[in-house]
Design a protein around this ligand. Structure first.
Ligand SMILES: Cc1cc2nc3c(=O)[nH]c(=O)nc-3n(C[C@H](O)[C@H](O)[C@H](O)COP(=O)(O)OP(=O)(O)OC[C@H]3O[C@@H](n4cnc5c(N)ncnc54)[C@H](O)[C@@H]3O)c2cc1C
Length: 359
């Protein structure tokens, strides 16, 4: 099979790029692993600032229709014992964000590109040469060869394609996340159904995804002494007993869906080569405190689709280096603002989780 573009990775970044290329009538194929289980729902937040981007890309209705709900603000307790109320009412032109149902949104987007998706079950190999790329897919029934001028890595934090191309990444911290779905409690003191609270060993977020379900995620650093204890969800209520409101949402049960994983900030040392590029989390991954991961996946897909179009139709050799430069500039700005945000929490400056932000 020969196509102009080969995309590997089936998340928001890869699928959004596929939809945008399809609209530009650029032949592509999206390769994905067969029988992938639906990812654990994280109930990601899209802030109001992401709505104009979705609108520009004519994706707003698909995201809205498949979201859990619109959100109009959130509460946080960060840096003091005062609950801050951030209301989106003053945001323009959109006065709401979205609680993303990633599974449903992806299903809707994939249905638009399903004829250009190919699965594999036994892994893939890449031959990257100056004149193009060959991907060898191993399937139960044999081998399939796919060729394309441009190869796109959209494999999230795995960075599977970059690994094969021997491209390194730089990691900025060791943040890890533990998430669970718990029965919903409506807190009498909070109006918005998203609440963030920092504590001595990290921080946590509670958000409602339905009338009956909340998602709680606790963040700390790899190697922190609290981490082994947090692996038992039934202990969360007692471990977090000194928090102001977070503890009120928790249950002393382990009969809940539970998932852990990396949530650190990192960037690929190179996000584009002469005939390949990388997008979404695979290019740069953000701390969830920023609520920026999904926006980044969509934004990088937009910029990548333009760079690919320029490269293919105008043989523009500056398009990919420009893409690389743009993403790296964004990441540097992000690192600075992320550090400032953590430095606002001065109550536990000497504690191991927080002290690294003050070095
Ligand atoms: C706990 C937590 C909370 C978060 N909260 C928010 C939030 O509130 N707001 C926000 O905007 N973002 C949030 N994020 C970040 C957001 O989820 C990600 O930034 C976003 O989903 C990245 O999309 P992606 O398509 O780049 O990567 P992914 O969603 O990781 O998709 C990558 C795809 O590639 C596939 N893949 C991986 N390896 C291979 C391989 N070897 N071969 C083929 N396919 C492969 C995967 O199966 C997957 O389908 C959060 C993240 C975490 C961990």
């Amino acid at each position: 099979m020969k196509k102009e573009v080969i995309i590997i990775g089936n998340g928001i970044a890869g699928v959004t790029l596929a939809v945008l290329l399809q609209r530009k009538e650029i032949p592509f194929v999206l390769l994905h692993r067969k029988g992938e289980k639906p990812a654990f729902a994280l109930g990601e937040t899209l802030p109001p600032s992401a709505m104009p981007l979705l609108n520009e890309l004519k994706l707003l209705s698909v995201f809205e229709q498949n979201s859990y709900r619109k959100i109009y603000g959130y509460h946080s307790m960060w840096g003091s014992e005062r609950v801050m109320d951030t209301n989106f009412f003053h945001h323009n032109p959109y006065k709401n964000g979205l609680k993303i149902n990633k599974f449903q949104t992806l299903e809707a987007l994939r249905s638009e590109i399903k004829d250009n998706m190919i699965s594999y079950d036994k892994g893939f190999e890449i031959i990257n040469e100056a004149h193009g790329n060959t991907v060898v897919l191993s399937k139960n029934e044999g081998v399939k060869i796919v060729q394309g001028k441009i190869l796109v890595n959209a494999t999230g934090r795995n960075r599977a394609v970059l690994q094969k191309l021997s491209i390194q990444s730089k990691t900025y911290d060791e943040l890890v996340a533990l998430s669970c779905h718990i029965p919903k409690i409506k807190h009498p003191k909070l109006t918005h159904e998203v609440y963030v609270e920092s504590f001595k060993e990290g921080w946590g977020i509670i958000s409602a995804i339905s009338e009956t379900e909340n998602i709680c995620t606790i963040y700390t650093h790899k190697g922190h002494e609290i981490l082994p204890k947090l692996k038992d969800v039934s202990q969360w209520k007692s471990i977090l007993s000194e928090t102001m409101y977070l503890k009120d949402f928790l249950h002393e049960t382990n009969q809940v869906k539970f998932k852990g994983g990396n949530a650190n900030s990192s960037v690929a040392s190179q996000v584009a080569g002469s005939n390949w590029l990388t997008l979404g989390d695979a290019a740069m991954s953000f701390d969830p405190l920023s609520s920026h991961g999904i926006t980044n996946a969509i934004f990088t897909a937009k910029v990548a689709s333009k760079a690919i179009e320029k490269k293919l139709s105008e043989a523009d050799t500056t398009a990919f280096p420009e893409y690389d430069k743009t993403l790296k500039t964004i990441f540097q700005q992000y690192v600075q603002s992320k550090n400032k945000l953590y430095q606002q929490e001065v109550r536990w400056k000497q504690e191991s989780f927080w002290q690294r932000f003050f070095v």
